[in-house]
Design a protein around this ligand. Structure first.
Ligand SMILES: [Zn+2]
Length: 676
């Protein structure tokens, strides 16, 4: 029996409290102090005991219990909400001279007084703002554009490295900014796993972090081992006595938030430079991606005095380490076919070790770049890798040529289908609309989340369907039958039924999603929305004049011509006809317009609990189109709470603030009243 076991029988409620505080503490020691106080198996055992007790005692429900991390339901999208204080970016430089010049400006602005600085490694991840209210995690919002970001609270709650409840004596409001990142070993695990499942690999740990954070399933996030490290502050109420950044770090560390173990306090600019240089020698070994060193003025009063420019604070600068380079020989260049028919050059090189891995492939952007840099096959080339798995070719070493090098010729025909090749701008395209390789990429795009959003369709399934000859046109997807799906490898009856149900649902996504999904050149998601607003259905769009298209918002002559040519083609007509024939809606959804009489005008609305008939993101969009502002947490500004089943702390808070509360039937009633 270990020290954490129940020695004397406690009343269940007291034991629940004890276990919660013990498990919160265990997380803190593991992630913040890096000194585990119990083994993983013991943690899991106590967590299971807590879950059992909580199931027997629903009266002890606490949304921030350690058991709640995996309880979150998959989400269907993310709301965007405004930051209480803007999240600025930091000015970058690659030169030590610039850092010294910055120091000189700081000293001058502070009337000749040299401040103390704090140096902190710049972690390569996703910036996030964590908001704690009365010591409990209330919201997690990505940086976004600095003004507004995505509300990802549910996903961040699934990260063991972020405390749900702060330690003793927390301030009433604490917003801490920091970086969510994936350590190298976790990143390797994720990619190895994706490789075995035939999924596309993440190019670097930062993309992997961003992808994970936007995952719709909290269980995935929990399994991926994301970490958090604090590096700044937002709105804070109740820590007025803290006067410096270094004190703030000590304080929040004591509250249970992870801070960098490599923070240095520097009394002079020489110490800062020494710190930058010494970390430059060690950073390959820290176990996670860093790309620089952030230097900031320590005391808040001086920060205030220095102020900020439109985009970055003047009291802070980031020194960026140069990307690692290596020299190797270019052996060959192949051309990969993308969904829009683009042919992208891909270099094969003699294997070379750079930034921690051996590489033999590199990317180049396009044929223009190859010509401009005069890169030739057989050249010694400089490659550079900045956190990515696939490096880039920077330039040839022309002085090492021996005359045997050959220029890189654009392919005369598509390497996949043998179709014609033409150049538009700097890029080469396969001109064959029937090109198999293109269609494969386009189909993967078509089923993707931002387009037709067909649940259960990964790249693997698309490959399987094409290889089995079951699909050779977009419309064929909707002709799939249970029996033919079951002939695919590792396809069970449940999966097949789920796929058919997802296809059924996808038939009603509407014209904007179909247009975005077809991968028409120049027509991305936003252009597709513009078209769906302007035309009621595909027939009207097919009949449009080029001049009508050119007059649309954000459409220029090139886009209009290219789209018009496409719409006039036999292949476009056949695509639309076939989609209509299999029951795919080609009509534009009618978006309700904001009008003054709407009961939602100027309301500040919070959504909580499970709503049967709505997805959160769609509902938020709808309410905003009716003039409401949808936010993530209940505050004094909230005017309306829409509470579904199992609403928790937000409902309690709204009640205590006297906010108007609607249940789902009331919401449905109000919405239908608007329509009548
Ligand atoms: Zn082709």
């Amino acid at each position: 029996m270990s020290e954490f076991d129940d020695q004397t029988p406690l009343l269940p409620l007291a034991r629940i409290e004890e276990l919660r505080s013990l498990l919160h503490r265990a997380n803190r020691f593991y992630y913040v102090e890096a000194e585990p106080i119990m083994s993983d198996s013991e943690f899991d055992r106590l967590l299971a005991e807590l879950a059992r007790l909580e199931a027997d005692h629903p009266e002890a429900h606490d949304p921030d219990s350690p058991t709640s991390r995996v309880g979150g339901e998959p989400v269907s999208g993310f709301e965007t909400i405004a930051h209480a204080r803007r999240m600025l970016s930091i000015d970058n430089t690659y030169s030590i001279e610039d850092v010294v010049a910055w120091h000189d400006r700081v000293v001058k602005a502070l009337d000749g007084r040299a401040p103390r600085y704090v140096c902190e490694p710049k972690i390569d991840g996703v910036a996030i703002n964590l908001r704690y209210e009365s010591g409990r995690l209330a919201a997690a919002v990505t940086r976004g554009d600095g003004e507004r970001g995505d509300l990802v609270t549910g996903n961040v709650r699934a990260m063991d490295s972020v405390p749900l409840v702060l330690g003793d004596d927390p301030p009433s409001i604490l917003e801490i900014r920091g970086e969510i990142y994936m350590p190298d070993d976790a990143f390797e695990r994720v990619n190895a796993d994706r490789e075995t499942r035939g999924e596309q690999l993440f190019a670097n740990a930062r993309n992997s972090t961003a992808g994970t954070l936007k995952s719709l399933d909290p269980a995935v996030i929990r399994a991926r081992g994301l970490r958090f490290c604090a590096h700044g502050r937002g709105e804070i109420v109740g820590l007025e006595a803290v006067a410096t950044y270094s004190e703030l770090l000590d304080r929040i560390r004591a509250l249970g938030l992870s801070v960098s173990s490599r923070t240095s306090l520097c009394a002079t600019i020489d110490e800062v430079i020494e710190c930058i240089e010494s970390f430059g020698r060690e950073r390959a070994e820290v176990g996670f991606g860093t790309d620089g060193m952030v230097v900031r003025v320590d005391d808040f009063a001086s920060q205030e005095a220095l102020g900020e420019t439109a985009k970055a604070p003047r009291w802070c600068i980031a020194f960026k380490y140069p990307a690692e380079q290596a020299v190797t020989r270019l052996l060959d260049v192949g051309w990969q076919v993308g969904k829009g028919g683009t042919l992208t050059p891909r270099a094969t090189m003699e294997p070379v070790f750079v930034a921690g891995t051996t590489v033999q492939h590199a990317t180049m952007h396009n044929i223009e770049e190859i010509r401009r840099k005069d890169i030739r096959i057989g050249d010694r080339v400089v490659i550079e890798k900045a956190g990515e798995i696939i490096p880039q070719i920077i330039e040839p070493v022309a002085s090492e040529r021996n005359g045997d090098e050959r220029p890189i010729e654009p392919p005369a025909e598509c390497p996949d289908c043998g179709g014609g090749v033409e150049q538009e701008g700097p890029k080469l395209y396969c001109t064959n609309p029937e090109c198999d390789a293109q269609f494969r990429e386009r189909l993967k795009w078509f089923v993707g989340r931002g387009q037709m959003d067909i649940d259960g369709f990964g790249e693997k399934l698309v490959d399987q369907l094409l290889d089995a000859g079951l699909v050779s046109h977009f419309a064929d997807l909707f002709r799939l039958e249970r029996a033919s799906l079951l002939t695919l490898e590792r396809m069970g009856e449940t999966s097949a039924d789920n796929i058919l149900a997802a296809l059924q649902e996808a038939r009603n996504r509407g014209l904007a999603r179909v247009l975005a999904g077809l991968g028409i050149r120049h027509i991305g998601t936003s252009a597709a929305k513009v078209l769906a607003r302007a035309f009621p259905d595909a027939q009207a769009l097919l009949a449009a004049e080029e001049s009508e298209l050119e007059a649309l918002p954000d459409f220029g002559a090139i886009t209009a011509k290219s789209l018009h040519d496409y719409l006039a083609s036999d292949s476009a007509r056949s695509t639309f006809d076939q989609l209509a024939a299999v029951g795919v809606s080609l009509e534009s959804e009618q978006v309700s317009r904001s009008d003054d009489s709407s009961v939602f005008s100027d309301q500040v609305v919070v959504l909580t609990g499970t709503l049967e008939g709505f997805t959160r993101s769609k509902l938020a969009e709808q309410l905003e189109s009716l003039g409401a502002k949808v936010t993530g947490s209940v505050s004094a500004k909230t005017t309306l709470l829409i509470a579904g089943e199992n609403a928790g702390s937000k409902l309690a808070k709204a009640e205590s603030l006297g906010v108007e509360i609607w249940d789902e039937p009331r919401l449905v009633e109000e919405l239908s009243r608007l329509r009548s």
